[in-house]
Design a protein around this ligand. Structure first.
Ligand code: FAD
Ligand code: EPU
Length: 301
């Protein structure tokens, strides 16, 4: 049996029927029937080898900040939360290269970089993400994206782990091309020297802007649609007069129209229905087809 076999893998925690709702920023979603937490790269490699050989598919969970998970849940989830170490690599003259495991939170990496007088990530402050999730979504703002800080990425797939240099990687707006059947297990980030006070000032400015324009504090999954080229999905949704539109506890944020907030017990179905209404209205009134940015697990789209 699958769970019995997986339990034999050293340093792999195997849990059953784990609620995913508390592990997402949206606070929506049913359970993972099996929830795997590798504690070492070796355990991750063995697990992916086992699953790959049997063509068993699974979902990769980072910090859960860009997810809409079906109310029924999903079968198999791999959480990288325990792979979260950071260490700097000596030997580079102009840049400092920092190696970080994919499960490390971006917030922890930014705090670590401030502590070590290293700048380069502060414009990404306030993006709730694991490093792996930030790379896989090429998370960013209007000013910058994760891609700009990347020196190399380590992938782990059924054949093991290997590093790819920046010039071998393909980043686009909110997307990143992953090799087939692989996930991101670590990255090398390039940072510059700076003064901690300057970095802290920059972080404070970025966070201030976020607080004034985004519904921080209410459960949400960030912008639900990608920006169409040269335009803003939030502006288009706002212009259709959809702020405050509500289905059950799922509501188009009154602060930023490209955010849906969960006012309590919103279901995934309610959010999907709201996404559809928004899409139809923006298509009808602005003739623009919006494309979801949020990753949707376990539902037809
Ligand atoms: P998850 O939500 O856990 O996963 C997202 C996708 O990435 C899934 O498909 C998952 O399978 C995949 N994935 C995760 N880890 C890995 C891995 N190691 N290898 C392969 N695939 C992986 N995003 C922005 O870009 N800019 C913003 O300014 C921004 N602001 C936000 C503000 C708020 C309040 C919230 C809630 C979200 C915001 N987001 C923003 C969205 C979200 O933070 C980003 O998309 C982030 O990169 C998601 O990272 P995660 O670790 O939470 O990924
Ligand atoms: N706007 C409105 N009404 C709204 C929202 C926005 O008119 O309800 C207008 C703003 O006034 C502004 C323009 O639309 O003139 C752009 O808005 P904003 O600066 O908030 O940026 P955005 O394009 O909506 C993007 C990213 C955010 C990122 C911000 C900050 C996307 C889909 N969104 O938002 O990323 O935090 O820039 O740089 O790319 C995310 O991807 O999840 C996310 C939150």
């Amino acid at each position: 049996m699958l769970s019995k076999d997986l339990e034999r893998i050293k340093d792999l925690q195997v849990r059953k029927n784990v609620p995913l709702l508390p592990l997402t920023s949206f606070r929506i979603g049913g359970p993972a029937h099996l929830f795997l937490v590798p504690r070492t790269l070796k355990a991750l490699e063995h697990t992916i080898f086992y699953l790959g050989n049997r063509s068993i598919s699974y979902k990769v969970l980072g910090q859960g900040s860009n997810l809409l998970i079906s109310d029924k849940g999903v079968k198999l989830v791999m959480s990288l939360a325990a792979l979260n170490r950071i260490h700097s690599t000596p030997g580079h003259t102009f840049k400092t290269i920092v190696s970080v495991e994919a499960g490390c939170r971006l917030k922890s990496l930014i705090s670590w970089s401030i502590h070590n007088s290293l700048c380069g990530l502060e414009n990404l402050s306030g993006i709730p993400a694991s490093v792996g999730g930030a790379i896989s979504m090429n998370a960013g703002t209007n000013k910058c994206s994760m891609a700009e800080a990347i020196d190399a990425v380590q992938f782990t797939g059924p054949d093991g782990s290997c590093w790819f240099q920046r010039n071998q990687l393909q980043f686009d707006y909110r997307s990143f091309r992953l090799p087939d059947k692989a996930l991101i297990s670590a990255a090398r980030i390039q940072l510059d020297k700076s003064s901690p006070d300057q970095i802290k000032r920059n972080v404070r400015n970025v966070m201030r802007k976020r607080r004034t324009t985004q519904p921080i504090g209410k459960p949400n999954a960030g912008c639900v649609f990608r920006n169409p080229p040269g335009d803003s999905a939030g502006k288009l949704i706002d212009q259709c007069g959809l702020k405050g539109l509500r289905i059950g506890d799922a509501e188009v944020s009154k602060k930023h129209a490209n955010f849906i907030v969960n006012r309590g017990k919103a279901s995934a179905v309610q959010v999907m229905d709201l996404l559809e209404i928004i899409r139809e209205r923006v298509k009808k009134e602005a003739d623009v087809g919006l494309v979801p940015e949020v990753s949707i697990w376990g539902m037809e789209t």
